[in-house]
Design a binder for this molecule. Structure first.
Ligand SMILES: Nc1ncnc2c1ncn2[C@@H]1O[C@H](COP(=O)(O)OP(=O)(O)OP(=O)(O)O)[C@@H](O)[C@H]1O
Ligand SMILES: [Mg+2]
Length: 445
């Protein structure tokens, strides 16, 4: 928090007001009120985050004042201050909306702890309220779109997660938006001005992984000519995104576990310990629990990562978002190319909603881009779609079964390839065939 929070202390005893003031004035802006009436006056003039409210006031009943203030601004958190003999009333105050109560004579740590938690709750509520308003207006959250209930829940979850520093594990099929979520968490977190560094565990060959991650000193291994700073060091202060974490080999999994636990490591070829301040966000499109039972993924690492689990739904489970996404991608393409905007005919959108989208949002995005480029008309009709396999039965007409099957297969392979960004190994896996078989089929075409 950059600005100091403002706390209003309402108590008729001078001594109590002064001791709260002494305790709080360094960390917070403190305002003092002697009576209920004075409290109301201050409350209407200033923006108050927290109120410490004495249950017994000379002019107004503490509980009545509580209700009145909560009605005026439900976001202000009110902590009741009470004597032991009035605990019953204090308990009642919680039902009327008080955040907590503290009992006189109070312990300093209790007071400070309660205030801190109330402020945390307040900033979270503010964040979620802001986000809901944004969503109502544009259905967007960071760069993500969604009005389906499952996506709204994900957006709320991201808001909560980004306020903490715990490790996050994002699971979801390919193209569901895992990287977008990781970036959104970083962008909303207090680390937002620090680096967001991607460590792509699938793209980096295992032999280079350690040096990429930890860095190396000159001469650490054959070919290590200069000194290389690893990704973890580059990310210091920020967030590390461990993409495709399922691709890490077992030994690297162990090393990573140590870093997450200890936040320290050495460069290859060096004994100097480097301490880093990092937040880890990992993503996987494989079921890690199944990998654990096959002993391909370390269970201890899984538990370390899975502090905040995020499960992204596949597009077929949130089909009502398809029109929203289509329009968004159409607009993006129009902006990017400077061409006039295009629309999909209602029938065409309906047909796209019937498809199951194995490549999820990425597949939809690619399809929209292709149709935007090749369709001359400004309205994209259902007949334009039939160039693609999605509506296979419309494509296959007066052909033999063999030809039809071939056409279907060819288009199906194209589609899957496209949905995984052209990665043949991934496509073969998705298709359930050997990579060599896939290569042969591609060459046949
Ligand atoms: N809710 C969404 N709103 C807008 N665009 C989205 C949404 N979800 C995904 N996308 C877009 O779809 C594409 C794929 O998203 P992303 O790269 O985050 O997926 P991923 O889950 O990391 O996929 P993979 O497992 O293949 O790496 C990106 O271009 C992203 O911008
Ligand atoms: Mg990704």
């Amino acid at each position: 928090m950059t600005e100091k929070a403002t706390i209003l202390v309402v108590d008729d005893e001078h001594g109590v007001r002064q001791s709260f003031n002494m305790l709080l004035k360094d960390a917070y802006d403190v305002l003092l009120a002697e009576t209920g009436e004075e409290a109301i006056r201050i409350f209407s003039k200033y923006s108050i985050d927290i109120i410490l409210l004495d249950i017994r006031l000379p002019d107004i009943d503490g509980l009545d004042l509580l209700t009145q203030l909560k009605e005026a601004d439900p976001n202000t958190e009110i902590i009741m201050v009470t004597a032991v003999k009035e605990i019953q009333t204090a308990v009642k105050s919680i039902k009327s909306g008080a955040y907590q109560y503290i009992i006189k004579p109070f312990l300093i740590d209790d007071v400070l702890g309660t205030i801190r938690r109330a402020l945390e709750k307040r900033s979270l509520v503010k964040e979620v309220t802001y986000l809901r308003n944004e969503l109502e207006r544009h259905h967007t959250f960071e760069k993500m779109l969604g009005k389906h209930k499952k996506m709204r829940e994900i957006f709320d979850l991201i808001s909560i997660i980004s306020q903490s520093d715990g490790t996050v594990l994002i699971q979801g099929e390919s193209g569901t938006g895992k990287e977008l979520v990781a970036r959104a968490i970083h962008n909303r977190s207090p680390r937002r001005d620090q680096p967001f560094v991607v460590l792509n565990c699938a793209a980096i060959p295992p032999t280079l992984m350690e040096s990429e991650t930890f860095g190396h000193n000159r001469g650490a291994f054959t070919g290590a000519i200069g000194t290389n700073i690893g990704k973890l060091e580059i990310a210091d202060g920020g967030t590390v995104f461990l993409d495709d974490i399922d691709s890490l080999d077992f030994s690297m999994q162990g090393k990573l576990l140590r870093i997450i636990q200890e936040r320290e490591f050495e460069r290859l070829g060096s004994t100097k310990i480097i301490r880093v301040d990092l937040r880890f966000v990992a993503a996987s499109n494989k079921q890690l629990d199944e990998m654990i039972s096959r002993r391909e993924f370390r269970e201890d690492l899984f538990f370390r990562l899975n502090v905040f689990p995020v499960h992204l739904p596949p597009l077929r489970e949130k089909k009502s978002d398809i029109p929203l996404l289509i329009n968004h991608f159409l607009e993006l393409n129009a902006k990017k190319t400077g061409k006039p905007p295009k629309k999909f005919a209602t029938e065409a959108i309906k047909a796209l909603k019937e498809y199951d989208w194995p490549g999820n949002v990425r597949e939809l995005q690619n399809l929209v881009e292709r149709l935007f480029t090749i369709t001359r008309d400004n309205i994209i009709q259902i007949k334009n779609l039939s160039t693609f396999n999605h509506l296979g039965k419309r494509v296959i007409k007066d052909t033999t079964l063999k030809e039809a099957v071939n056409t279907f297969e060819k288009q199906f392979i194209d589609n899957v390839l496209e949905s995984v960004g052209g990665n043949k190994s991934k496509a073969a896996e998705r298709l359930g065939i050997h990579r060599n078989t896939l290569l042969a089929k591609i060459n046949e075409k």
